[in-house]
Design a protein around this ligand. Structure first.
Ligand code: NAD
Length: 443
């Protein structure tokens, strides 16, 4: 099928590539000329396992094209996807300016019937706004072209996006138009072979489904962080508690890891945006407000542990920081917990030697050159001349360090483990002090 995708970020690029990989003819449109030009040369702007060879192969096979030429893109697709960003605006609501800009562009250029499919995460009611924006442009042009707007929210996870896209748990199609549903079913048929994954529903339910999924996951994390904070106060170990509850299938093992707070481009903004949607409709979402506020304070928790160890004065101390990305297997640092920690350390006059397997370039872009930050080439290099180690992102390679070597490297011999990667006994038996999240017994 002929598909056009607006936006070549995590969602647009991965979706376009996976659709091309199963044989569809895909044109990806972006306004970022440098990104488009790079993609056409095989330069992938994000780190996502498995993506680069797929982009190159499908581009070389002529099934995946990149362009800034929106009219040409619109002329190409029978299905036109919107996969641009929906960042939070000042009050936390989703900012629809990019989505609506694409809608207006579509309205200005469509010449034949199309199905517009919204893949961006957008508040309930956005499909109506997209519809109205396209219709207004058509009216302005004085032409009539049949079109419809469907919702097809995306559930991929950064760090495992290609896999999620090729083997989705479910594909949500929001539309009451049988033609649109049929087209989307045909498009996704290659991903829907061994059992039914496509869930068809009305547009508003589809729009809400995406927020419900992210809000539920964020709630699980904040819940565990809340219990971890209680564990810390009452002298219990959250890791024992986690093992004690996860085996209950009603609770399950996923997303019950306590830590330094959730980040990324989705959970923080989506929880906020859903709370604002509720508020605008006259309902106060108290649970979502609490999820957000627990997460916000959790992002400061590592620094609280540092203060618990050092007192108020960390001026002149050097902290090795392992992990800057908001989670492993990505270079994305949007809303990452590391950003809060680094800001607090710098504010207190400390220095940072940081290592992340993928996010160094992004960190350099965000922080620039500064005297109090050294971006190191390896975990071991980050430890050199450091007083203490803080683990912020749970990359696999941080899981079993040689603690004797860590002890030798760190002047003050202390580890702050923001993801509970280590067993306190093992760390302490190497002569290091250990602080984890919710590990009351070790404090
Ligand atoms: P992103 O910021 O990585 O990419 C957005 C892209 O859209 C950019 O390349 C930008 O240049 C481009 N763009 C902006 N305006 C445009 C226009 N008028 N025409 C063409 N391109 C334009 O965003 P993302 O992370 O891919 O997220 C996109 C949407 O998908 C958001 O609503 C997000 O909430 C949602 N989502 C993201 C994820 C994720 O893990 N990142 C997962 C599921 C859903």
């Amino acid at each position: 099928m002929r598909v056009t995708i607006f936006g070549t970020g995590y969602v647009g690029l991965v979706t376009g590539t996976c659709l091309a990989d199963v044989g569809h003819d895909v044109v990806c449109v972006d306004i970022d000329a440098a990104k488009v030009e790079g993609l056409a040369r095989g330069v992938i702007p994000i780190y996502e396992p498995g993506l680069e060879p797929m982009v190159k192969a499908n581009h070389a096979a002529g099934r995946l094209h990149f362009t800034t030429d929106a009219p040409a893109g619109i002329a190409h697709g029978d299905l036109i996807f919107i996969a641009v960003g929906t960042p939070p605006d000042e009050d936390g609501s989703a900012d629809l300016q990019y989505v609506l800009a694409v809608a207006r562009t579509i309205g200005r250029h469509i010449e034949r019937p199309v199905i517009v499919v919204n893949k961006s995460t957008v508040p309930v009611g956005t499909a109506d706004k997209v519809h109205a924006a396209i219709a207004a442009e058509l009216a302005q042009r004085g032409v009539e072209v049949a079109f419809d707007v469907a919702s097809n929210p995306e559930f991929l996870k950064e760090g495992d996006a290609v896999n999620d896209c090729m083997r989705p748990d479910r594909i949500v199609v929001g539309s009451s138009n049988p033609v649109a549903v049929e087209k989307l079913k045909r498009l996704y048929a290659p991903f829907n072979r061994n059992h039914e994954r496509i869930v068809v529903m009305d547009v508003r339910s589809a729009e809400l489904t995406k927020y419900a999924a992210n809000a539920m996951l964020a709630t699980k994390i904040s819940f565990m962080n809340e219990i971890a904070n209680i564990a810390e106060q009452v002298g219990a170990d959250i890791e024992m508690v986690r093992q004690g509850i996860g085996s209950d299938p009603r609770i399950g093992w996923h997303f019950i890891y306590p830590g330094a707070g959730y980040g990324g481009s989705c959970f923080p903004k989506d929880v906020q945006a859903l709370a604002r949607t509720a508020q605008h409709s006259g309902y106060r979402a108290r649970l979502l407000e609490a999820v957000e506020s627990v997460n916000d304070s959790q992002k400061g928790h590592l620094f609280e542990l540092i203060q618990r160890h050092y007192g108020d004065d960390v001026r002149g101390k050097t902290f090795a920081v392992w992990g800057l990305a908001f989670k492993p297997n990505t270079d994305d640092m949007r809303e990452a917990s590391s950003r809060r920690l680094l800001a607090q350390l710098w504010e207190a006059g400390a220095k940072v030697r940081a290592y992340d397997p993928e996010a160094a370039e992004e960190a350099h872009r965000i922080f620039g050159e500064r005297d109090d930050l050294v971006l190191c080439d390896s975990a071991r290099a980050a430890l050199a001349d450091a007083d203490a180690l803080v683990v912020v992102t749970e990359w696999k390679q941080f899981r079993s360090p040689d603690f004797a070597r860590v002890r030798q490297a760190l002047a003050d011999g202390v580890i702050f483990d923001g993801r509970n990667l280590y067993h306190p006994d093992e760390v302490e038996s190497a002569g290091l002090a250990y602080y984890g999240i919710g590990r009351g017994r070790s404090l």
